[in-house]
Design a protein around this ligand. Structure first.
Ligand code: HEC
Ligand code: HEC
Length: 303
């Protein structure tokens, strides 16, 4: 009798427990937004997302002793042992990566000069940053790992958008803003080799940051860039950096040690044509003060 009772109790509690587990799983599912839901939110701030194409993007050169290495079907994706201007992040001398740029459009199809989208085809994947220069609204997008972005990608108005693009939870967890911190776009001597065909004295990646430029990230799944108040449009300059030269032109930008190129050691201001290092005493001192501040933020780059 007693053992029957115990079994009954065990079964009941097991059922209750699995019900509870299920309920939280369903709740989480309901709360997790799809890539399409996030894309629609982005479109409210940026206008319709363009069709992002590999063919529209420009190859980022890899040179060795000033000579460009030609990309072929055989060597594409290969990471060379050395090159003149390594990528700051990821495989330093990888062949065949591309960067592209689109001007935004308004819902009625007319051009919107305030909005820019930048595509980055790297290491077989694709990351996209959409930014409204006037309002600061910024979207980070990324295709799923198993998707080859060179094969053509759906816009939000086309079927299977969610099959190709990562959900905002996944992109948010990637921590784009930990590196894309001072402003949406990061410059390096490698990526700045690609010039804007419409304006060849400028890099293709927009140069827009000043210390007050608006920047906030769309999507509740995305944390605020380090050191910024959640929801704030402008960066907070911490007390200890007042008067520091490094915050004269743009908000503090942290550069973790694992970068192939310590961008903060390069001579400012960008765009970076060369790998020339900053050696002036006061600048080096100010750079150290920014690094000290960065350490105080305790940013975990990879969990
Ligand atoms: C660990 C640092 C780091 C993280 C995290 C990171 N990026 Fe970047 N990203 C860079 C750097 C550095 C560059 C400049 C190219 C270079 O030299 O590597 C860059 C360049 C880009 C570009 C080209 C435009 C530009 O700003 O130069 C895009 C688009 C981009 N990243 C998207 C993303 C997205 C989307 C995420 C999150 C899913 C992300 N990145 C996360 C470091 C990072
Ligand atoms: C004269 C203006 C100016 C000063 C002063 C300056 N920078 Fe920059 N810096 C720039 C510009 C312009 C860029 C290009 C990037 C942009 O739009 O954010 C840049 C880019 C960077 C980057 C690469 C990441 C990125 O956002 O592209 C780092 C890191 C950086 N600066 C650190 C520093 C440090 C550290 C100091 C102080 C030693 C400093 N900067 C002083 C103008 C300046």
């Amino acid at each position: 009798m007693q053992s029957k009772c115990l079994i009954f109790l065990a079964v009941v509690s097991l059922l209750a427990f699995s019900y509870l587990l299920n309920a939280t799983a369903i709740e989480e599912k309901a709360a997790a937004r799809t890539a399409l839901m996030h894309a629609r939110e982005c479109e409210k701030h940026l206008g319709p997302l363009p069709k992002f194409r590999y063919e529209d993007a420009i190859e980022i050169p890899i040179t060795q002793n000033g000579k460009r290495v030609i990309v072929t079907a055989d060597n594409i994706g290969k990471n060379l042992k050395s090159c003149d201007k390594p990528a700051a992040f990821g495989a330093p001398c990888q062949l065949g990566n591309r960067v592209g740029r689109y001007q935004g459009i308004k819902a009625n199809g007319s051009p919107n000069p305030d909005v820019v989208f930048v595509t980055f085809f790297r290491d077989g994947g694709l990351g996209v940053i959409g930014h409204n220069i006037k309002t600061g609204a910024t979207c980070f997008l990324s295709v799923k790992d198993e998707v080859d972005p060179r094969q053509g990608l759906p816009t939000p108005d086309e079927p299977k958008y969610n099959k190709a693009w990562q959900s905002p939870t996944v992109v948010g967890r990637d921590g784009c803003v930990k590196c894309h911190m001072a402003d949406p776009f990061l410059h390096s001597p490698w990526i700045d080799q690609v010039r804007d065909p419409k304006n060849p004295d400028k890099p293709l990646v927009p140069l827009i940051a000043d210390v007050d430029s608006p920047y906030f990230v769309i999507g509740k799944e995305f944390p605020a860039p380090p050191g910024r108040k959640p929801g704030a449009i402008h960066a907070t300059i911490p007390k200890q950096l007042e008067g520091n030269m490094c915050v004269a032109c743009h908000a503090p930008q942290c550069v973790p040690d694992f970068f192939n190129v310590k961008l903060d050691e390069l001579k400012m201001s960008a765009p970076f044509h060369t790998m020339e290092m900053e050696t002036r005493e006061q600048w080096v001192k100010d750079r150290e003060a920014v690094r000290e501040y960065c350490r105080s933020l305790d940013i975990q780059y990879f969990d």
